[in-house]
Design a protein around this ligand. Structure first.
Ligand code: 13P
Length: 246
């Protein structure tokens, strides 16, 4: 198994000045990370250039919060892979439940975004996950499987991260239990059909549950929202510790 991937998704938070202040506080706390992990931050597009400068030489990577499927064109409000890569961006989140919900993104569009990202040399972070009512209705596995299978069509699973983010756990403080998160991440791995695919868990990940989550056999990283806005808390997450026996 390769490195784990610890990612912070800042969503619509952080001006350039705030991103700069975050980096100043964060970098000394992640100066000696173990070599078994990669850490990345996905700021809003406007803060990418500032953050890239602030993180230069630190080994902390940068992700885009989305990427368009076309190389350029009349797509108001969108961003291309080349625009992200010009700033050294290495990853792009696709299929997050928020654009799925607020902008009606479909599995087909998400797959196109992921394909374009991969073709350009970005690692797509494909988010999947069920809603509360889908879980209550016993639909979780069917929904996630469809999102995975349609999302990864035509992709190289060696250059991909899949993030399991149950919607009911996002921003709610209700973390999915570690054993259940691990079970779903294991299913995702089998649906991808590539044993070494990086599978993250996301949804109310915090400094006080990271060690338990990262001790699970099928969880290779986390996608962190709210707790990635605090440099001290996110540094603790990046410095997660798994007991030897785990
Ligand atoms: P929270 O960590 O705030 O629950 O958000 C998770 C998420 O959506 C990360 O992409």
């Amino acid at each position: 198994m390769g490195k784990s991937v610890i990612a912070g998704n800042w969503k619509m938070h952080m001006t350039c000045a705030e991103a700069q202040a975050f980096a100043s506080a964060f970098l000394p706390l992640v100066a000696s990370l173990p070599s078994d992990r990669e850490v990345l931050l996905a700021p809003p597009f406007t803060a990418i250039a500032t953050l890239a400068q602030a993180l230069a030489g630190s080994g902390i990577q940068i992700g885009g919060q989305n990427v368009h499927w076309d190389r350029s064109g009349a797509y108001t409000g969108m961003i291309s892979a080349a625009m992200l890569q010009e700033h050294g961006v290495t990853h792009a989140i696709v299929g997050h439940s928020e654009p799925r919900k607020y902008y009606s993104e479909t599995d087909e569009q998400i797959n196109l975004r992921a394909r374009t990202a991969q073709k350009a040399g970005l690692i797509p972070i494909l988010c999947v996950g069920e809603s509360d009512s889908q879980r209550e209705g016993g639909e979780a596995e069917r929904v996630i499987r469809r999102q995975v299978e349609q999302g990864i069509d035509g992709l190289d699973p060696a250059l991909l991260v899949v993030a399991y983010e149950p919607i009911w756990a996002i921003g709610t403080g209700k973390t999915c239990g570690a054993a259940e998160a691990n079970r779903i991440c294991g299913l995702i791995r089998s649906w991808v059909g590539y044993a070494d695919v990086v599978v993250q868990y996301g949804g109310s990940v915090k400094a006080d549950n990271i060690d338990l989550l990262m001790a699970q056999s099928d969880i290779n990283g986390v996608l962190v929202g709210g707790a990635s806005l605090d440099p001290v808390g996110f540094a603790r997450i990046a410095n997660y510790q798994v007991p030897e026996s785990a």
